[in-house]
Structures are given as C-alpha cells and as structure tokens.
Design a protein around this ligand. Structure first.
Ligand code: PFF
Length: 450
C-alpha cells in the first residue's frame, strides 16, 4: 500500500465511534493507577477539586483546539499544524507544535507499555489464584526478563490493532471494549463500596480540606489533567482528523473530558474503600495498586477473581489508550513515507519497545529521562504550544469556523482560555519543572513551592 494520499484518509463510521475511541484513549492507566496514587500523595479531596478545575480551565480548551485543528486540516498532527499555519499566512515552522506533541505521545507509549504489561501479569496471577499465595501477585512478574516479555506482549497487541487501521482496528476494539469496561467498573465499584470502608473513602475524596494544598498540588493536578484527558500528545489532533465536518466539537470535547473525569472519580470510589478497610496508607505512592491492593485481595472472599478482574479492567483501559498513542506517530509516517500502515506500526512499535526495555533495565533512564521528558517537559510544552497556536497564531475567525456548532458562550470561554489562561499558567509550570530539574528547585523554593 502506498502512502495515504494527504487529505483522503479514513473517517470514523459515526460520531459514537469517535466518542468511544476518544474516551478509550482518555480513560487509561492515568485513571485507574495514576489518579488514585496522585490523590493519595496530594492530600485527597483538595487535589480532587483542583484537578477538576484544571480539567475545565486547561484540558477542555486544549482538547477543543486539538480536535478542531485535526478536523480542519484532515492530516496527522505535524502536517495539520503546518497546513493550518500556512493557511493563516503564518510560518510553516509552526509544525513544531505537532512535532512536540507527537514526540511526547510516542515517549509516553514507551513506558506506558511497561506498566500495562505489569497489569496483564497481575491479572493473570489473580485469575490463577496467585493473590492468596504469599508473594503470588508477582508470580509472573519476577525478574527483568519477565517484565520484558509482558512489555513485548502488550506492545505486540497494540501494534496488531493499529496495523488493522482505523475502522478494522481502533474503532472495533474501542466499540467492543469500552462498554465492557464500564460494566466491569460499575460492578467492581459497587462491590468495593458495599464491602469496604465507603464512608471514609467518600469523606477522603469529597470533603473539601485545603490544609494540604501547596504549589505542588497545582503542578501535579495540571500534569495529571493533561495526561488523563490525552491532550498535548498529538492523539486528539489525529483522532480529530478522522472526524466529519458535521460533528459538534465543543459538546464532544466536554463529553470526552467529563467521561474521563467521572471514571477517575469512580476509580477512586472503587479503590479507596478497600484501602481504608485495611487501614492502608493512601499515600503509598506509585505502588498503591500493585503492592497494596494485591495484599488486600489476599484476604478478601473471592479476592483472586476480584483482583484478576480489577487488573483486567486496567488492561482494557490501557490498550484503548496505547493504540491511540501509537496511532499518532503511525498516521504521520504513513502520510510521509512509502511504508504501509502495518509496516509503520511494526517499526514504531519495535522502536517504542526498545526504549521501554531500556526503562525496565534502568530506573534512572526511566525516571530521569523518559518520565521527566514526557511528563514534565514535552506534555506541558505541547499544551502550551497548542494553546498559543489556537489562541494567537490562528485567527479567531478560523477557529470559530471549525467550532461553528459551539454556543457563543462555550466558544468565548474556549478562546479566552487558550489565549490568556493556558499559556501563562503552563509557562509557569514548565519553568518550575525545569528549575526543579536543572537548578535544584531554587526558584520554586523562593516562591514557596517545596
Ligand atoms: N489518557 C491516558 C490515560 O489516562 O491513561 C494516557 C494517554 C493516552 C496520554 C494518550 C496521552 C495520550 F495521548
């Protein structure tokens, strides 16, 4: 198959298919793994409220901008930003917006797959009765070789789906798995609320208590909002490019971000009743679901099945996100080379696997390079660039044309945010991140951020 002719690529079968695929991208390990531990580490309800604020003020406007850019130009993120800039009479160098986002999305994929592999291994342990054995949770996840194999398996599944294309792969998987996801999520949450410490969990998540808020709470909440809603990673531009002109981008964006936020909150209601039931520390950190939960499942009636189902749920969430992460780069390569989609998917998947493998063998590489580069640098920078692009580079009339279905109020809110709210706020966050990394946090300390 030759390169896809520019502007003539596939389209979603329906708005529903687009929404499910976009919600599938947004709902992922960010909701089930990252949100609970970030909430635990950042003071519970205070973090939750600030997080919701960040979704409304930052993530939704950037999401609207990305879908609009992609839908307008009908190309991958890099080509779309270049084309739209040129159309607006601006420099083609604005394709940098697409480049930063694409690089960020690709880098997220590399370690995302490692954690998703771990989720698969834990699910297998649960279903095979491992949680009730001492140390059984890691029965398939012992050494680096095992980690590598699970990482490879997850990446291969991702590649196979993306290779099948938009309709035969991504759309089919999302429309089948997302309903399954919601049913299992609701079932597990009811079980957890009924059998765990529901009252304490609800109080922890929803009683406003701002005593624990520091500047870092805002930094963490913003990063989490971008990650969770899948913005600033080229994906939503790419998914937007498969959208037809009659779809209402404003209401779709609000729906996608709301569904994602609901899932994060429900995931909190699923996990914290169990955490509190056994008196575990909610601030246990990254290991919250991997070390703490299996220990709890060990003592629960039907704990193996419940635990296996929990990690299977996380797997479903992860796969519908990882396919979007790979699609962002595959769309670009397919457009700009003679590689067929399957070849592009295999090559990029292999490349991402290799970087992820480096992260398995070196914590320093994982933390110092991959996580920092994607989470603290490329993601905020990508969000900043998208906002500047949509707010300052592209004329307001052109954005309005693409967001023609949005009410005046929603469009006014969107434009004000991408122009005046998002750039300065993210600019500050980016600077603080760079300061913490290269300057020992001197500026952060000066302004009171510990
Ligand atoms: N939103 C996904 C999650 O919450 O797990 C992760 C993700 C997917 C981030 C796609 C960025 C992205 F472009």
């Amino acid at each position: 198959m030759a390169a896809t002719p520019v502007g003539q690529h596939a389209h979603w079968s329906s708005r529903f298919a687009f929404i499910l695929a976009a919600v599938g991208s947004a709902v992922g390990l960010g909701n089930l793994w990252r949100f609970p531990f970030m909430t635990g580490q950042n003071g519970g309800s205070a973090f939750v409220l600030i997080y919701i604020g960040c979704v409304i003020l930052f993530a939704i406007p950037v999401l609207m901008a990305e879908i609009a850019i992609g839908r307008h130009a009908q190309q991958s993120a890099i080509s779309s930003t270049r084309k739209m800039a040129q159309e607006a009479g601006k420099s083609a160098k604005w394709a940098i917006v697409g480049w930063v986002c694409t690089a960020g999305g690709f880098l997220i994929l590399t370690t995302y797959s490692v954690i998703a592999g771990m989720v698969m291994a834990y699910s297998a342990s649960g279903f095979l009765g491992g949680f009730s054995e001492p140390g059984g949770a890691t029965m398939f996840y012992g050494d680096n070789g095992a980690k590598l194999i699970w990482h490879a398996v997850f990446m291969i599944i991702t590649v196979m789906i993306v290779a099948r294309g938009l309709k035969g792969g991504i759309e089919q998987v999302a429309t089948f798995l997302m309903p399954v996801f919601f049913i299992v999520l609701i079932g597990l949450t009811i079980y957890s609320l009924a059998s765990g410490n529901a009252a304490e969990a609800i109080a922890y998540l929803f009683t406003p208590d701002f005593s624990a808020v520091t500047g870092n709470t805002f930094v963490a909440a913003l990063g989490q909002a971008f990650f969770s809603v899948s913005v600033a990673s080229a994906i939503m531009i790419t998914y937007g490019s498969y959208l037809s002109k009659d779809t209402n981008i404003g209401s779709s964006s609000v729906l996608i971000a709301s569904a994602d936020t609901m899932v994060a909150l429900v995931a909190g209601l699923m996990i914290f009743p169990i955490v509190f039931m056994v008196g575990m520390d909610p601030a246990a950190g990254m290991g919250l679901i991997f070390t703490a939960l299996p220990a709890v499942f060990a003592d629960m009636p039907a704990g193996n099945i419940i635990g296996g189902a929990f990690f299977a749920l996380a797997f479903i969430a992860a796969i519908t996100s990882s396919i979007s992460l790979l699609e962002g780069t595959v769309a670009f390569i397919e457009e700009h080379s003679d590689f067929s989609r399957p070849t592009a998917a295999v090559l990029l998947g292999f490349f991402a696997f290799m970087i992820g493998a480096g992260a398995v063998y070196s914590d320093a590489f994982a933390g110092e390079f991959v996580d920092w580069m994607s989470g603290s640098f490329l993601l905020p920078l990508g969000g900043l660039l998208v906002a500047v692009f949509a707010g300052w580079v592209i004329p307001k009339s052109l954005m309005r044309q693409e967001l023609s279905h949005a009410s005046n109020g929603l469009f006014g809110f969107f434009h004000f945010c991408v122009k005046f709210v998002v750039p300065p706020a993210i600019g500050i966050i980016l600077l603080l991140g760079l300061d913490a990394k290269f300057n020992g946090g001197a500026i952060g300390a000066m302004v009171g951020l510990g």
